[in-house]
Design a protein around this ligand. Structure first.
Ligand code: NI
Ligand code: MN
Length: 226
């Protein structure tokens, strides 16, 4: 599995011969400018955690260019269908076997509406099983006791967790989340993009290290192998 960071909460994952794209927000991310371009990002499936602008600003243009299938809540599906996009609707607790592997929708404690005000349904996280590995993409969420249910069904190899505070969990809660999901290998997201969510990188990594866990903060444009 190859993971490429496009900034904020946006990752590309190349697995089982397909390109997954998570929460595309590139063009309006100042930190991503000059490093990645939305019109060059590959996508076969776009998994959307929720409909806020900082997770979907490049959704329509990338889906139109690539013909990718958008996976999201029922309400995300209805909105995307109106834009003429290919979709696969899901909702909390549901699983689906895609050509690249199995996707499960899990709870995210947040809100979800499109920039035009349309209700976006439940915000979600995803557990993806592909190539014999499993990862959790938390989306935007607060820490929740229900995260403890995830390892009852999935043995996670790594997890994408928000660490930026203000709109989501902070670093300390992300460490507790890593305990709940029984996964010590965490890739941070949803930090530094705006003034509200700047974090101290060294301190954040230390908080994880002190708990016996690893926090990876990827460079925008960087690719790593899992
Ligand atoms: Ni959000
Ligand atoms: Mn967000």
């Amino acid at each position: 599995m190859k993971i490429t960071y496009y900034g904020h909460s946006c990752f590309g994952i190349h697995t089982a011969g397909v390109h997954l794209l998570l929460d595309p927000f590139i063009t309006y991310n100042e930190l991503a400018q000059g490093r990645v371009r939305a019109d060059e990002v590959p996508a076969d499936y776009i998994l959307l955690s929720h409909a806020h602008q900082d997770h979907m600003a490049d959704l329509v243009s990338i889906a139109q260019r690539t013909g990718a299938t958008v996976v999201g809540s029922w309400e995300v599906h209805v909105w995307c269908e109106k834009q003429g996009l290919k979709t696969h609707p899901m909702n909390l607790g549901g699983n689906w076997q895609f050509p690249f592997g199995r996707v499960r929708c899990v709870e995210a404690v947040h809100s979800s509406s499109f920039p035009d005000g349309t209700y976006g349904g439940n915000p979600m996280g995803y557990v993806v099983e592909s190539e014999g590995k499993a990862f959790y993409y938390a989306g935007d969420t607060a820490l929740s006791l229900n995260m403890q249910l995830i390892p009852r069904r999935h043995k996670l190899d790594f997890a994408f967790l928000p660490i930026g505070d203000n709109f989501t969990m902070d670093v300390q809660d992300a460490v507790t989340c890593a305990d709940f999901i029984q996964c010590a290998d965490v890739i941070g997201m949803h930090y530094d993009t705006f003034g509200f969510i700047r974090v101290d990188h060294d301190r954040s990594r230390q908080v994880f290290a002190q708990a016996g866990k690893q926090l990876t903060l990827m460079e925008i444009g960087q690719t790593l192998e899992k």
